[in-house]
Design a protein around this ligand. Structure first.
Ligand code: HEM
Length: 179
């Protein structure tokens, strides 16, 4: 069975979305009262791994569009936000999220160099980045017309909202956590 470039875009878009969700969820749970203290802090490797693999898939998801014969994006339409002829705003939002996620991952790997306070400020962009990606995937994706994909979007958003609120209510979001 041959998989078309358009199908690869959809598969990689959805997979990277899910990995980004997992990475943020694990990040929120690391210092959450929902998790037994014994298990907190042990998820950092998985948090980073899902983030980086998701990011590589995001690049694949965008770059493969250059090779699609049906829409055929130019490289700058993918890497320069809001320059694409097709879905200018929604594609631009995708590009901005890509750069945002890259900055978050890079600043985490260079935390000692950038310092805790700058790292924290950049890291706070994770949730807006998720919302941008959600907007992008929901409104541009062909799979939104299926039953399963909107359900997945609703489930991931509910879980992240719950984990975020649990962290805020317990006050853990305000204190410095060990990484
Ligand atoms: C680099 C810039 C990006 C471009 C040019 C781009 C382009 C596209 C296009 C053209 C589609 C429509 C495919 C379809 O019909 O289903 C799409 C869907 C999607 N994109 Fe992006 N995207 C970009 C970044 C991102 C990022 C950073 C994510 C993050 C995870 C993402 C996640 C998704 C998702 C989940 C879908 C829905 C797939 C579906 O419904 O089948 N995209 N994107």
């Amino acid at each position: 069975m041959e998989i078309s470039t358009w199908e690869w875009t959809r598969i990689s878009g959805l997979t990277s979305f899910f990995l980004l969700f997992l990475s943020i969820l694990i990040g929120l749970l690391q210092s959450s009262p929902l998790i037994h203290p014994k298990w907190r802090g042990s998820k950092n490797l998985f948090h980073q791994l899902t983030g980086w693999v998701g990011f590589l898939l995001m690049i694949f998801h965008g770059v493969i569009l250059i090779y699609d014969h049906y829409v055929s994006y130019q490289w700058y339409e993918i890497f320069v936000p809001f320059t694409s002829d097709e879905h200018r705003i929604l594609t631009g939002i995708g590009t901005l999220s890509l750069y945002g996620v890259f900055l978050i991952l890079l600043s985490s790997d260079m935390m000692k160099k950038v310092g805790y306070s700058i790292w924290k400020k950049i890291h706070l962009f994770s949730l807006p980045a998720y919302l941008l990606v959600l907007l992008h995937g929901f409104f541009i994706g062909s799979d939104t017309s299926t039953e399963a994909i909107p359900l997945m979007y609703a489930g991931t958003t509910l879980l992240l909202t719950g984990a975020y609120l649990a962290k805020r209510v317990s006050g853990k979001g305000k204190t410095k956590t060990a990484h």
